[in-house]
Design a binder for this molecule. Structure first.
Ligand code: DGI
Ligand code: FE
Ligand code: FE
Ligand code: FE
Length: 187
């Protein structure tokens, strides 16, 4: 699918701010794919569709989790976690995008996981460091993204865990698995 067509599809699904974020994630993901010799077309497509489900109601997203047989524990960690996994199946059903690599990058873009593919890392980190993001610690990760993407993913997981704990929010286990991976020398 051509970039313009894909962007037009997601623009209808998103609020203006979120659409602008999506375009910046796309630009960042393409730069990372170029830098790390990844698949630029897949990085572009995954970035464009990564927040496709973001504005569906919690009720609708919960229904998709159940009807599509996604892990039910997703329902216990807060609705913010659902739009990645749900989006990855929605784009197949509603847009006809059937590409396991692209869908997996969308699925894990919020939590990360251990043993991520290059494409999964690119989308996870592009979402975190796109130039519109301004939270504490982001600049350090932005620099690291183009030096050592594994370390950048680890830092993003660490910062996210810190943030969630500060706000006494539950942390999804995949985020801990990504954080632990480096420290436990699993890779
Ligand atoms: O969709 P975006 O805003 O572009 O970014 P995102 O998909 O990374 O979502 C960020 C939100 O997800 C933010 O509110 C924190 C939350 N989040 C990230 N990791 C976890 C999490 N929430 C829970 N409960 N557990 C996590 O591990
Ligand atoms: Fe997201
Ligand atoms: Fe993120
Ligand atoms: Fe996003």
């Amino acid at each position: 699918m051509k970039r313009e067509k894909a962007l037009a599809i997601v623009e209808k699904q998103l609020k203006k701010k979120r659409y602008e974020h999506t375009v910046r994630v796309m630009e960042t993901a393409i730069k990372l794919a170029e830098h790390y010799s990844g698949n630029i077309q897949k990085a572009e497509q995954a970035a464009i569709f990564h927040d496709y489900a973001k504005y569906r109601s919690p009720e609708e997203m919960r229904r998709w989790v159940i009807e599509e047989g996604l892990p039910h524990d997703l329902l216990e960690y807060g609705d913010e976690l659902l739009h990645g996994p749900v989006g990855s199946v929605m784009i197949e059903r509603e847009v006809g995008i059937k590409d396991p690599e692209v869908q997996s990058a969308i699925y894990y873009h919020t939590t990360g996981k251990q043993q991520m593919s290059l494409l999964e890392k690119i989308i996870f980190i592009a979402d975190y460091v796109e130039p519109g993001r301004i939270f504490p610690g982001v600049e350090e990760v932005r620099v690291m993204a183009f030096q050592d993407i594994d370390n950048a993913c680890w830092m993003a997981a660490r910062n996210t865990i810190r943030f969630l704990m500060e706000h006494e929010q539950p942390v999804y286990p995949d985020t801990f698995h990504l954080y632990n991976e480096k420290l436990m020398n699993k890779k």
